[in-house]
Design a protein around this ligand. Structure first.
Ligand SMILES: Nc1ncnc2c1ncn2[C@@H]1O[C@H](COP(=O)(O)OP(=O)(O)OP(=O)(O)O)[C@@H](O)[C@H]1O
Ligand SMILES: [Mg+2]
Length: 268
């Protein structure tokens, strides 16, 4: 793959009240690739995503996005880079006082788009993509957990980001709904070549993203070709954070074949 990696973290450390939350984290993710970020609660996964977005400044190290060092940039200077990223926050946080339509339109208005017809076209398009067009006028309180995640995804993709960051998008959902969300992530990744960072406690979700691709013909997931078949292989890396450090980084095979007792506990 040509060009710089979409994300590169170089020895990133973050301290909160002098307590290290991330320590010397280095990770790279190529354009169009997927990174599944795993780790038990409190290991710094959400902090890591916020560091990539520039919401948390590292105390040491550098964050590079598409070949640009974002670390020294001010909030204003970060703007154009942040617009290239879409974030689905943990619990799929929506603006509770805004309708589904206005939640989805939010980023466009923030960016200064004033053409209401253009906004409506794009909002209908993204809500259609996540199969929520029927709920345009609903308020977040009227939605189920799975519907809220869908709207959160629509809101995050409205500006056509090239990088999506999903923080535990299937947490708290029943297995059937969780699967539909994973299919949606794969659809976005594979139809629009969106580089994907995916935080999860559910290893099976990460394996699906690693082993399947979205087929528009089948309107669903099909197995990814691993060796030279006609379907694209998925470039999916796995990283396990432990106490703020990258404890493991590698492919799904590396992870499943590992004899490391900590990882074994993790994957069963
Ligand atoms: N703004 C903050 N101020 C102080 N400490 C924080 C802040 N944000 C996170 N932390 C601490 O940093 C550590 C890592 O938090 P983080 O939210 O990244 O964990 P996580 O891996 O996402 O956990 P979970 O799986 O439960 O979502 C925790 O100990 C948390 O208390
Ligand atoms: Mg978290």
């Amino acid at each position: 793959m040509s060009g710089p990696p979409t994300i590169e973290l170089r020895d990133v450390s973050v301290l909160f009240d002098e307590r290290p939350v991330l320590s010397d984290v280095s990770l790279k993710l190529e354009s169009g690739g997927t990174l599944a970020l795993l780790g038990v609660t409190g290991t710094g996964k959400s902090v890591l995503l916020k560091v990539i977005l520039g919401l948390i400044k590292p105390d040491a190290g550098e964050v590079w996005v598409e070949g640009h060092n974002l670390t020294p940039l001010s909030e204003v200077e970060l703007g154009p880079y942040r617009r290239r990223m879409g974030m689905v926050f943990q619990e799929g946080a929506l603006f509770d006082s805004l309708s589904v339509y206005e939640n989805a339109a939010y980023m466009l208005r923030e960016e200064g788009v004033r053409d209401e017809e253009a906004i409506e076209r794009r909002v209908r398009e993204v809500l259609g993509f996540v199969e929520m067009e029927h709920a345009l006028d609903k308020m977040p309180a009227e939605l189920s957990g799975g519907m809220r995640r869908r709207v959160a995804i629509a809101r995050a993709i409205v500006s056509q980001p090239c990088l999506m960051l999903y923080d535990s998008p299937t947490a708290g959902l029943d297995p059937v709904t969780a699967h539909t969300i994973i299919v949606l992530l794969a659809k976005l990744r594979d139809l629009n070549s969106v580089t994907t960072v995916f935080v999860t406690h559910r290893l099976q979700d990460a394996f699906i993203l690693s082993n399947f691709v979205y087929s528009s013909e089948k309107q669903g997931l099909v197995p990814a070709a691993s060796d030279g078949g006609s379907r694209p292989a998925v470039r999916c890396r796995f990283a396990v954070l432990r106490d703020g450090k990258v404890y493991f980084e590698g492919s799904s095979d590396d992870l499943t074949r590992s004899a490391d007792p900590y990882l074994r506990k993790f994957i069963v």
